[in-house]
Ligand binder design. Structure first.
Ligand code: ANZ
Length: 909
């Protein structure tokens, strides 16, 4: 047996042996419980894996290996998310076809994953761009279409002029495409959508039961953005064509007219209680009623409005809503009538109101809404407070005992920020300046005003969601074709099941075009086809964005080689949901929401009985590496958030010390700071890499890569080899058949062993891998110290139990090392097939404890006592200690303080 960690001597041998034995091929024994452990579906990039990616794969591997040893059937698959823009852009850059390219990249990933000993069942692997996979992506598309959940409409979309494609809102940051950095434009083209909004409420409700990080759940809640409010009609003054209904609006002379003939628009508000504070209205610049209003406006107004509309067009929704932006707007020349009090309020256009949310029009209440407030200040519109804040609110925000609005109003031109903090958030409190509603609480007023509007049929209570339908089509080549055929007269039909998959044609030139059409539209053999009833038709040429492919791959893993159906329902029902899903926190909304949506649709179709795809979610921290930057030179511009210019390691060598800035930055190819698993394994060994990544920090914390840390891992593994080889002469393979001795030393070793089993099992379960490793370190230290001094004769059985337990607990963490030692000890087979050690609770209990004995608070002695000693026993043991007696001599004992298992303090005078 080796007496130190020699990875080059045995790691590759074990990996070959595992492969030879098909060790990780999924077992499906109906008698056993199941465990589905899954890593986020990776896109295999040309750069290969870094040790940063391993922080995802190694921990999942540890929990899967432990579960297998605990007797579970384990599904631990890996595949490749190979359709989509990144792959296509990379292929264009390399002037290659994406398919062979991505297969090569995938093969590199696989080799690297194998190199660090991850236990994937490769017999279940696939690429999402294989026809045998996307066949079923298309099949699911059809199911969505049949249920009315996939539809096509003309839409102003975000157009990326560099990547020449449409982007989802989520793919735009600060008005630029996240991927290409292009300034995003608006373009009107027919687009395919999935109707995720129909599932908004369920997507929200079912979050509660998921074992996911709270932060991710909240991001989803905000993204779905449910709000309850009232939607009501606002009549435009002076241009109504309606007849009188013989009633007036309460408190005014204004007649209620037949709304069907009125020029009116609807507003959505969550704060109908503030309706008396409405001092203007705002329409989104794209609002359809604007044209009508302009028919009654002066030439100058028309010109100003058209100009404003044109400018708004160039901005993305996200920019329009940016809190820091100064408010802009333009008056339309028209007024609307507040239905609650008949007041005439000016109608403005402003880009902070979005067309895509609510009704694209709002009642503006500057006293209680931050954005309206900023707008009112800028345009000199009055601010009418209508909510008297309650006491706790006043205490929190205002120094004065009585809250004086006039004073506040006087203050806010001087310091708008101070006012807005004190007033606009007033969500609790009592109404004022609100006619008959004054004196009611906010919630009472909301109910009453809602009822009143419903009775008069001016409006109704409504739930709104911020969530938008999911834009799925891409005008690009490298994606899953949409299985739809367009008839001559424009009707659409689905491609019949027996004609699936609609295969992507193998072409040389697949560059995107400038006209917004997919390159597939230029390929006649693909484009021209027949409709199901035999007439000539044209294929849909848009492809699906990559998020479609990753919305169901976990289901395919349950039954990946099925050619008859996407999966066998029984198999999916056995394996789903994924018990533990591991990946980066950056996927909080898109992928994780889309996959939940598809799963719910498939649930409704009876194709899977799990309503949610991922029962538990874990997000790993990143690996950071020391990265060189240099100070900017005169006139050099820095990227946002940076204080230096990123340089290569080569350039760093040439740069004077005082110009260099070294910083921890996320490991990535673009930063040139990547350490590959190949390098790490070559230099230190695969198990050392595994131990290091698990031990260096809590799973979800960022990690600073260090070579010293790797050496520490090597030393730890070497200590294990040394310990076991030292103990080998005392090792008995058949220890479990013997009768354990019951001496204090035997009990001590067994206590260490069983405590370690308990803690390591529990820690792995909790994803606390760093403490699992440190527990093993303590165990190894205790045993190493013990063997140095103790007489081991008579301890063969507890020592052997300790060694076997150590090796098996180590097996998921450092599997090569574990198998090497296991074999050297004389065991047959792999640790993977051995049973996970279990602990006996009574053996974990400490039977002796160290108690501190103080006199007047000063430590004078420490005593070993039975852990079950009573307070009286502790006290008398302390008093009879020779060292203590010296300090008690001739003194009077005033009192004795006893803390069980820890301390006795004797107070004397
Ligand atoms: C009056 C009011 C008074 C409002 C007040 C808020 C506070 P959530 O919760 O996000 O649904 N709003 C409605 N439609 C809008 C649109 N298309 N673009 C921009 N803003 C819009 O927010 C709903 C509130 O956001 C609505 O309630 C409306 O302003 C505004 F003290 O109406 B509120």
């Amino acid at each position: 047996m080796f007496d130190r960690y020699e990875p080059k001597e045995f790691e590759a041998k074990w990996r070959d042996a595992w492969q030879e034995a098909d060790l990780f091929v999924t077992r499906e024994d109906p008698e056993r419980p199941k465990f589905f452990g899954l890593d986020f579906f990776p896109y295999p990039s040309g750069a290969g894996l870094s040790v940063g990616h391993c922080r995802n794969y190694i921990p999942t591997d540890v929990i899967c290996r432990m579960r297998y040893m605990q007797g579970y059937n384990v599904l631990h698959p890996m595949g490749f998310d190979s359709f989509g823009l990144p792959a296509e852009n990379e292929a264009i850059k390399r002037q290659r076809h994406p398919w062979p390219m991505i297969q090569e990249y995938g093969a590199t990933y696989r080799r690297q994953m194998d190199l660090v000993g991850v236990s994937y069942d490769w017999s279940r692997s696939f690429f999402s761009s294989e026809p045998s996979y996307y066949h079923w992506t298309q099949w699911i598309f059809k199911k969505l279409y049949e249920r009315g959940l996939a539809y096509r409409r003309n839409a102003a979309v975000n157009w990326d002029p560099i990547d020449k494609t449409v982007l989802a809102d989520e793919e735009i940051i600060g008005g630029r495409a996240e991927r290409s950095g292009a300034l995003v434009e608006k373009k009107l083209i027919p687009q395919w959508y999935f109707k995720i909004t129909e599932y908004a409420q369920r997507l929200l409700d079912d979050l509660d039961d998921l074992n996911w990080p709270e932060g991710i759940k909240n991001q989803q809640r905000n993204w779905i953005g449910r709000s309850e409010g009232v939607q009501f009609r606002m009549k435009v003054d002076g241009i109504s064509t309606g007849e009188s209904l013989g009633a007036t609006i309460p408190g005014s002379e204004i007649e209620v007219t037949n709304l069907d003939h009125d020029v009116s628009f609807e507003v959505f508000t969550t704060r109908v209680d503030t309706i008396f504070g409405m001092t203007f209205c705002v329409l989104a610049p794209e609002h359809a009623i604007v044209d009508t209003l302009l028919q009654h406006a002066s030439e100058e107004t028309v010109a100003a409005v058209r100009d404003y509309q044109a400018k708004a067009k160039e901005l993305s929704d996200i920019d329009r809503q940016a809190e820091s932006r100064e408010k802009t707007g333009v008056f339309t020349g028209s007024y609307a009538i507040n239905p609650a009090n008949g007041a005439k309020v000016p109608i403005y256009l402003a880009d902070y109101v979005l067309m895509g949310y609510g009704t694209g029009a709002i009642m503006a209440v500057p006293a209680h809404d931050q954005r309206d407030f900023e707008f009112a200040i800028k345009f000199g519109i009055s601010v009418v407070p209508v909510i008297q804040p309650d006491e706790p609110f006043l205490k929190k925000y205002s120094a004065s005992e009585s809250f004086n609005f006039n004073q506040e109003l006087a203050n806010y031109s001087a310091d708008p920020a101070a006012y807005s903090k004190s007033v606009y958030e007033a969500k609790d409190g009592v109404l004022m300046n609100s006619g008959e509603y004054s004196g009611l609480s906010v919630s009472e007023a909301q109910t009453k005003l809602g009822e009143w509007m419903e009775a008069l049929e001016i409006g109704q209570r409504k739930v709104n969601f911020r969530l938008r339908d999911w834009l799925i089509s891409r005008q690009r080549y490298w994606g899953c074709p949409i299985p739809v055929v367009h008839d001559r007269d424009g009707t659409m039909s689905l491609v019949p099941d027996d004609c699936l998959p609609v295969e992507l044609p193998d072409v040389e030139n697949y560059q995107p075009s400038d006209d917004g059409q997919s390159p597939l539209a230029r390929i006649p053999e693909f484009l021209n086809t027949t409709t199901p009833d035999g007439t000539l038709g044209l294929r849909e040429t848009d492809t699906m964005g990559g998020f479609a492919c990753s919305s169901w791959y976990f289901l395919r893993f349950c039954d990946p080689n099925n050619f008859e159906q996407p999966w066998d329902v029984e198999k999916a029902n056995y394996w789903m949901p994924v018990d533990c899903y591991v990946g980066g926190a950056e996927h909080a909304v898109m992928h994780l929401l889309y996959a939940r949506f598809w799963t719910k649709v498939l649930y409704d179709l009876g194709l899977v009985k799990s309503k949610e795809p991922f029962a538990r979610l874990q997000n790993q921290g990143q690996v950071l590496a020391m990265t060189p930057y240099r100070k900017p030179r005169e006139g050099e511009r820095l990227d946002i958030g940076e204080d230096g210019i990123l340089i290569s390691f080569e350039e760093a060598k040439q740069t004077p010390e005082d110009q260099l800035i070294w910083k921890w930055a996320r490991m990535s190819k673009s930063k040139g700071n990547v350490v590959t698993p190949d390098e790490a394994v070559e230099q230190y060994g695969a198990d050392a890499l595994r131990v290091y990544e698990l031990f260096v920090a809590p799973f979800d914390a960022d990690v600073q890569w260090s070579n010293e840390g790797m050496q520490g891992a090597v030393r730890f593994l070497s200590r294990i080899f040394k310990l076991v080889s030292d103990l080998q002469p005392h090792y008995d393979l058949e220890w479990s058949a013997g009768i354990m001795p019951d001496t204090p030393d035997a009990r001590k070793i067994r206590r260490w062993t069983h405590q370690t089993i308990q803690k390591v099992s529990d820690d792995i379960e909790k994803f606390s891998f760093n403490t699992a490793v440190s527990t093993l370190m303590i165990f190894v230290n205790n045993l190493s110290d013990f063997v140095k001094s103790a007489d081991l004769s008579g301890l063969r059985l507890p020592v052997s139990e300790a060694i076997d337990s150590l090796v098996l607990l180590l097996a998921p963490i450092a599997p090569h090392t574990a198998d090497e030692i296991w074999e050297s000890l004389g065991h047959k087979g792999f640790t993977y097939h051995a049973d996970w050690p279990t602990f006996e609770p009574e053996l974990t209990v400490e039977d002796s404890v160290t108690v501190a004995v103080q006199v007047n608070g000063k430590l004078r002695d420490t005593l070993e006592m039975s852990a079950s000693a009573s307070q009286d026993e502790m006290e008398s043991a302390a008093k009879s200690s020779e060292k203590i007696k010296v300090h008690l001599d001739g003194k009077e004992i005033v009192k004795v303080i006893v803390i069980p298992k820890k301390l006795v303090n004797i107070v004397v005078k």
